[in-house]
Design a protein around this ligand. Structure first.
Ligand code: NAD
Length: 497
């Protein structure tokens, strides 16, 4: 295939920075369970393909030992005061920020994102810890009088019990703290299973929680390359009362099946296919900036990434021109290298997937405006890519891209835009750009999505209930709603004379 540009790539990393990052990775205590079973698996740096760590490959038996520890520690923790749990989480927040540089290096080395973005993830992830330190102090309840008299009904919330927390590789720190912090805040123990591609960040974060005063056994990290047998055994065990999963819809639906069989409360943060709508009356600069952020944040490897950019005919040429210029100017390379804004993607399978999607779209009539190719050499790199006039028959118009490839299509009317935006089984994030307030809210109301960014390309915020509709999942994380996911409702019916 012909490529419209050849993106410059920076692989040279300052020696002192590389040493600092090697030291950060080497400082992670890999075997938190200390069961000494001997098997390991490899973790790679996606920028070089080199192995950077070999954590233990825990078996199902190891995971059951971990579950027993978390369950016992959780029972004691549930009896602590909210003030104590809040103080511990506040201390954890302080320590995470103190260790921001070390944690950012670990994230960049195992996941690939540029160091500046990794620092941003540490702050964002720590913000969840601070938020839940505060929410821990505000347990909500309810009070009702029996309508026919004779009793008063008091509703309270109790910790749900032991939790199973399964996280993806794309935000290895934020996805972990968004689950661990509310579990700790309300008084639950947890078994955490990070993605096999990025287990180091979770190990480092839990170590910090313990330094802050979280009991050693309360949060157990199981590192395993065999996720299927692990979750099946834990869900069937009877001690897990809650599963919280972030990852693909396929795996989420397997876990929901297991949760249904064993009647376990579930939160599922699953795949997305976000439409980003730009109307003729949008502020052009804002729309271009918002689309670049929504597409390229985390290298496009985000569940809320703009997956289908839909632009109204009147503004389309100007928008595409501005957007292509920004994408072309994006510096690709090792996340540790100076000035790099787009790191490697997670693995070679992803690179092959993008090549296939681009080829299919071009074959079906899309215009390749920039990028379009894998970058050779070590590591897993794909050029920032823009496809314009993508037909609805192209696979990229339907699939979750999860990388630095932008798919643009054009529309005529608002009704057409809404119909196309909602023509997906997913309903996670969406974006609207329009300076007409009535239109922005009218469209936002009609989008089938849990989250709508209006005139901006970012939706994530600790105070917001993050989550989706349709195949994008069940439940919410962050905000007050995220705390309730780890609680059980109880009521007391008090006799009154
Ligand atoms: P994935 O579903 O492959 O893996 C997620 C986690 O599940 C990993 O820890 C993995 O080891 C584990 N897993 C895999 N098979 C399992 C099984 N049978 N039983 C139990 N656990 C299993 O997803 P991924 O590739 O790591 O992440 C990308 C996906 O995650 C994308 O679809 C993205 O949209 C989604 N995501 C969603 C959100 C959200 O908040 N909605 C956030 C980030 C990512």
């Amino acid at each position: 295939m012909t490529t419209a540009t050849t993106t410059p790539i920076r692989r040279d990393v300052d020696a002192a920075l590389l040493t600092a990052s090697d030291e950060a990775v080497a400082s992670v205590v890999l075997d938190r369970l200390q069961l000494g079973t001997g098997r390991t698996f490899e973790v790679h740096d996606p920028a070089t393909g080199r192995t950077i760590a070999t954590p233990p490959d825990h078996s199902v038996e190891d995971a059951l030992v971990a579950l027993g520890r978390a369950d016992a520690a959780g029972r004691a923790w549930a009896g602590t005061t909210a003030r104590h749990r809040s103080d511990v989480l506040h201390r954890a927040y302080g320590l995470l920020i103190e260790q921001q540089e070390r944690l950012a290096h670990i994230i960049t080395r195992e996941m690939g994102k540029p160091l500046a973005e990794a620092r941003g993830e540490v702050q964002y992830a720590a913000d969840y810890v601070r938020w839940y330190a505060e929410e821990a102090l505000r347990p909500s309840g309810n009070y009702r009088e029996n309508p026919v008299g004779g009793s008063t009904i008091l509703t309270t919330r109790a910790p749900i019990g032991t939790t199973l927390l399964i996280t993806p590789w794309n935000f290895p720190m934020a996805m972990a703290t968004r689950k661990i912090a509310p579990a700790i805040a309300v008084g639950c123990g947890a078994v955490v299973k990070p993605a096999a591609l990025t287990p180091l960040t979770t190990l480092a974060v839990v170590e910090v929680f313990v330094q802050a005063g979280v009991p050693e056994e309360l949060v157990q990290v199981v590192t395993t390359s065999k996720a299927g047998p692990f979750s099946a055994a834990l869900m069937a065990d009877g001690r897990v009362r809650k599963v919280s999963f972030t990852g693909s819809t396929g795996v989420g639906s397997v876990l929901l099946g297991q949760a249904a069989e064993h009647v376990i409360k579930s939160s599922m943060e699953l795949g997305g296919n976000a439409p980003l709508l730009v109307f003729d009356d949008a502020d052009l600069e804002r729309a271009v900036e918002g689309a670049v952020v929504a597409k390229l944040r985390n290298g496009g490897q985000s569940c809320v990434a703009a997956n289908r950019i839909l632009v109204q005919d009147g503004i389309a040429d100007a928008f595409v021109e501005g957007f292509v210029e920004r994408m072309r100017a994006t510096v690709l390379g090792n996340g540790l290298a100076e000035g790099v804004a787009l790191g490697p993607v997670i693995d070679d399978r992803a690179v092959r997937g993008f090549s296939r999607l681009v080829e299919d779209a071009v074959d079906k009539g899309a215009e390749l405006r920039t990028g379009g190719a894998a970058v050779g050499g070590d590591g897993h790199f794909f050029e920032p890519t823009v496809l314009d006039r993508v037909p609805e028959s192209a696979e990229i118009a339907v699939e979750e891209i999860f990388g630095p490839v932008a798919s643009i299509a054009r529309f005529g009317t608002e009704a057409e835009a809404l119909e196309r935006a909602n023509a997906t089984p997913f309903g996670l994030a969406s974006y609207v750009f329009s300076q007409d307030v009535d239109r922005a809210f009218r469209v936002a109301d009609r989008l089938d999505a849990g989250m709508v960014g209006i005139n901006q390309g970012i939706v994530s915020n600790v105070a917001a209930p993050f989550g989706g509709t349709k195949a994008s999942g069940l439940g919410r994380e962050g905000s007050g709603e995220g705390l309730e996911e780890y609680q059980e409702i109880r009521f007391y019916n008090l006799a009154r004379g």
